[in-house]
Write a protein that binds this ligand. Sequence first.
Ligand SMILES: C[S@@+](CC[C@H](N)C(=O)[O-])C[C@H]1O[C@@H](n2cnc3c(N)ncnc32)[C@H](O)[C@@H]1O
Length: 365
Amino acid sequence: MTTPTTTDPARDLRTALAHQVAAPDDPWRAAFETVPRHVFVPSFHEQAEDGRWTTVTPDQPRYWEAVYSDRALTTQLTDGTPTSSSSQPSLMLEMLHALDVADGHRVLEVGTGTGYNAALLSHRLGGSRVTTMDVDPGLTGAAAQRLGEAGHHPAVRTGDGAHGVPDRAPYDQIIATCGLPSVPWPWVEQAADGAVIVVPIGWGVARLAVHGDVAEGGFLPGGAYFMARRVGVPVPDFASLERAGHRSSGTGTPIEAFHRLEFLVSVTMPGYQWCVWNSGDDGTGESLGLWTPDGSIARVHADGTVRQAGPRRLWETVEELHRQFPDTAPARDAFGITATPHRQWVWLGDPQGPSWDLPSVGGLS
Ligand SMILES: C[S@@+](CC[C@H](N)C(=O)[O-])C[C@H]1O[C@@H](n2cnc3c(N)ncnc32)[C@H](O)[C@@H]1O
């Protein structure tokens, strides 16, 4: 592939991507054919195997190949950690389908990022019906400018999207492109009756319909690993955990169960992070480290020894899930979610089935 040089440098590449992700009769195909992703992603960051990041820019042929491929691209690093990205186009399309928009609908997007998704929505509905919000003023400033360059003028706001944007409500659809532990209640209050909310919860995407004081619906079949809504996560101190953490011998739940049950783990331990130590030399095998934003921390050794500290015994949650699902984990779309003013829960099969309560979104007054 060569670097395009004409005034509309990417038309052919854009058409090819649109045709790859969207069927000929797909109502979103024209948006993917028209909106120039390269305007919204003027550069991106790639991580090498040694962990180092490099920036890829339009003077490199692989920039064009990547920007018009079905790939998520990291667009912002903060202290070496990705804090914004342009999501994978096919996943964006799956979420846009789930929104079920029609002409005249009004949409709120939480997680403006590059502005590319806001441009797709504006192409389809008209900018006056689109509101997009990001917590990062640098991102919203750049996105508003790029949206203008591409001929779109949605309302672009800066702030914590969990609060919604009440002065532009009611919305017929609300879509989030950052991960949340549960549905922020202000969204339900700002939704029109019958509105649809599409939101990444844990490692899945839930689609809820709002009727009165209840929002309810199922998870989409595919997995989705969105960047979490930003909150500070303390770095765990595993050395002092080994010295002072509560020690137990565990109940024989293998570390493998943690990986197999990752969707339920992501729902029951919002914002969790993990790491492994492969200590092949001393013959002790893999051990797992696990921590959550509330300061809970656990380390599980291959011999079954568990060390835990903090407000929650994280490994006990994994053990409980393993007791419930000892062999296989149900598919994501077997689960659903119900949100009411007082309680939110993920359920298996139907709202009265086995359930797991969700925490409210932190930081909301
Ligand atoms: C995957 S990116 C969004 C991609 C974007 N929709 C696009 O088309 O480029 C996730 C975004 O969520 C934003 N975000 C994180 N926490 C947020 C919050 N509390 N409120 C609003 N946006 C937030 C991040 O700054 C980041 O830009």
